[in-house]
Ligand binder design. Structure first.
Ligand code: NAD
Length: 339
């Protein structure tokens, strides 16, 4: 099979490229990425010489480029990770999220339809369901939960999901969607909670925690997400949505405290900052459909996965220190003003 992985120089796409190149030497993996601030070819260094791997630089929203690429390459499968992915950035600049997340996805759908792609898989997020109240731990997102978004980011992802489903119904394109909870693991860009806290704690810098740190996220190791996507692409039913999550709910404060403890740093580094506007309270996924229909089972629980992840950041300082450029620092100062 020839598989196009878009956004493969980012966090989850990069981990997926590694997984696919190593697991399926007989398949051809083509990684397409625009290399925005979030894309990093260093993430793909260890696969770049593999004979079943190729990198293409380009924009999923560039119609002519995408159609030429699909015409020449004749992909069997498309897995779309490419996205603007950071909620805080979507509050600053919603339009770029519409361009990549909505128009980029429809461009890929059109090219997939035109050139007979056999499976189009959209990597979506549990954020399309909105949030759950903190005082109802019995509630979980299922595939039937209505879309009810809070941020420009989640709205753009929900819009893309609706387009994906409409291409199945209207044009018969074989599509699947996965909606996953928060991921953690290697190669995570250091603006996101876990790598941000690790890198700042190591430098004895303040750790900005939104509000009171009570917001709950359901964490899944990126490896388990990659396995789930591979399973859905190969065995999932066209036209279906699959939720992906491992029942690892933690408050943001608990996550930060775990990191401080593992790095032997004091809790006095924590600085509570003005809460994000529209901040979702709790995400919690019910992954039963994926477990019962496709036999998926996560390998990692959060307690062991987070320790391994912290160790990865300690062993790979060069990777994230290269990213912490002046431009990123300016953005950081602007976004996280102290209370
Ligand atoms: P990321 O920001 O780390 O990576 C996104 C990648 O897409 C980058 O390499 C970037 O260069 C590339 N890209 C951006 N615009 C592009 C364009 N127009 N054309 C081509 N490439 C472009 O994001 P991530 O955290 O790896 O998330 C990947 C996908 O998974 C996203 O679609 C996101 O919505 C979804 N998701 C993420 C999480 C999470 O916890 N990170 C959870 C669930 C779902």
């Amino acid at each position: 099979m020839k598989i196009l992985v878009t956004g493969g120089a980012g966090f989850i796409g990069g981990n997926f490229v590694h997984y696919m190149v190593e697991t399926y030497p007989e398949d051809e993996i083509v990684c397409l990425d625009l290399l925005t601030y979030a894309g990093n070819l260093e993430t793909l260094k260890s696969v770049e010489d593999k004979s079943n791997y190729k990198f293409v630089h380009g924009d999923i929203a560039d119609r002519k480029f995408i159609f030429d690429l699909f015409k020449n390459e004749k992909f069997d499968v498309v897995v779309n990770f490419a996205a603007e992915s950071h909620v805080d950035r979507s509050i600053e600049d919603p339009e770029s999220f519409v361009r990549t997340n909505v128009m980029g996805t429809t461009t890929l759908l059109d090219a997939s339809k035109e050139y007979g792609v056999k499976r189009f898989h959209q990597v979506s997020t549990d954020e399309v369901y909105g949030d759950l109240p903190l005082d109802r731990p019995d509630l979980f997102f299922t595939e039937e939960t209505p879309l009810h978004t809070s941020s420009p980011y989640s709205s753009s992802k929900a819009a893309a999901d609706l387009f994906v489903m409409s291409y199945e119904r209207t044009f018969g394109l074989p599509v699947t969607i996965s909606r996953c909870s928060n991921n953690y693991g290697p190669y995570h860009f250091p603006e996101k909670l876990i790598p941000l806290m690790i890198s700042r704690a190591l430098a004895d810098e303040d750790l900005p925690v939104y509000g009171k740190g009570e917001n709950v996220r359901d964490w899944l190791h990126v490896y388990d997400h990659c396995v789930a996507i591979d399973l859905i692409v190969r065995k999932g039913k066209p036209g279906e949505v699959y939720n992906v999550g491992g029942h690892n709910e933690r408050t943001n404060l608990e996550v930060v405290q775990t990191i401080l403890k593992a790095l032997d740093k004091p809790e006095s580094l924590i600085k509570y900052v003005t809460d994000r506007p529209g901040h979702d309270m709790r995400y919690a996924i019910d992954p039963e459909k994926l477990e019962t229909e496709l036999g998926w089972k996560p390998k990692y629980n959060f307690d062991t996965g987070i320790q391994q992840t912290i160790q990865w950041y300690l062993d790979n300082k060069e990777w994230w220190q290269n990213i912490l450029s002046g431009e990123y620092q300016e953005y950081f100062e602007k976004m996280y003003k102290e209370k």
